[in-house]
Design a protein around this ligand. Sequence first.
Ligand code: SF4
Length: 319
Amino acid sequence: MKILNVDKLNLGFDCEDGFWQALWDVSFSLERGKIHALVGESGCGKTISAMSILGLLPKKAKITSGIITFEDENLLKLSGKSMQHIRGKKIALIPQDPMTSLNPLFTIGYQLLEVIKIHQSLSGEPAHKKAIEALEAVQIPCAEERLKSYPHELSGGMKQRAIIAMALACNAEVLIADEPTTALDVTIQAQIMDLINKIKSECNTAVLLITHDLALVREYADVVSVMYAGRIVECAPAGKFFKSPRHPYSIALLNSIPENRGKILETVNGQPPSIRQDISGCRFHPRCKNVMDICSKEVPALLDIASGHLCACFLNSNN
Ligand code: SF4
């Protein structure tokens, strides 16, 4: 069941040297109990799409059109105060770097209780009990003791668990996990992803997983959207996507995963364009091995090419 829908989101940056578009008609939806992975190279628009949902955009960012629907409300029309009730309580963020997301001056307990007080309207013993339950749910041992710890006393994995506990304490219905394991070492990465997966299944939470790690996506995602230079270029159920990717960019990304020993890895030639580069037609055409005449002249539409498998490429459509 769909819980959040991003529909034709267009966004740009109002800079001194002009207005530069960064997102073009970005559309995707999140379902309860499913992990939707948003993948692509750095700078393709993954994080800014997520921040649009949370209403946490930088000052220069301007949404020019589009709708973000959550519980029958367009989040883009809500006031800052109304968004405060949704952000953290109903839609929570697991940030990339847990080291900088917790306040070093306050204990984990203080920070967790503050969230519970604001979003759950609890105080005293019930709030304390809820905080312990939240830490236990993310498998932090000696939860009562850990409430008294300062962030610097916890490992990176523990800090990330504490942040996930804050999201859980508020019973968030949507979790936005922005590269949640990038700052952690490999053994902890798997634990955190297993935890997010468990939350998804047990709490029926919708998860938006932002990552450039396709191995992670293969293991945990239910749906995959690939972004390139501010556009969604492919979207499919994960099984279909990994079995039969259709967009040349997705194929190039998958061929660049170091999986098979002895196989020469492919690279994607060139660099993703900056938002200041004006590229006509398909924005991938300067790097595409399959480029055709039409590709630099027209923008391929994102079309359903095989029962829920969407792709924006002239190779796969008659558009
Ligand atoms: Fe390549 Fe053309 Fe397809 Fe773009 S539309 S991905 S340039 S073949």
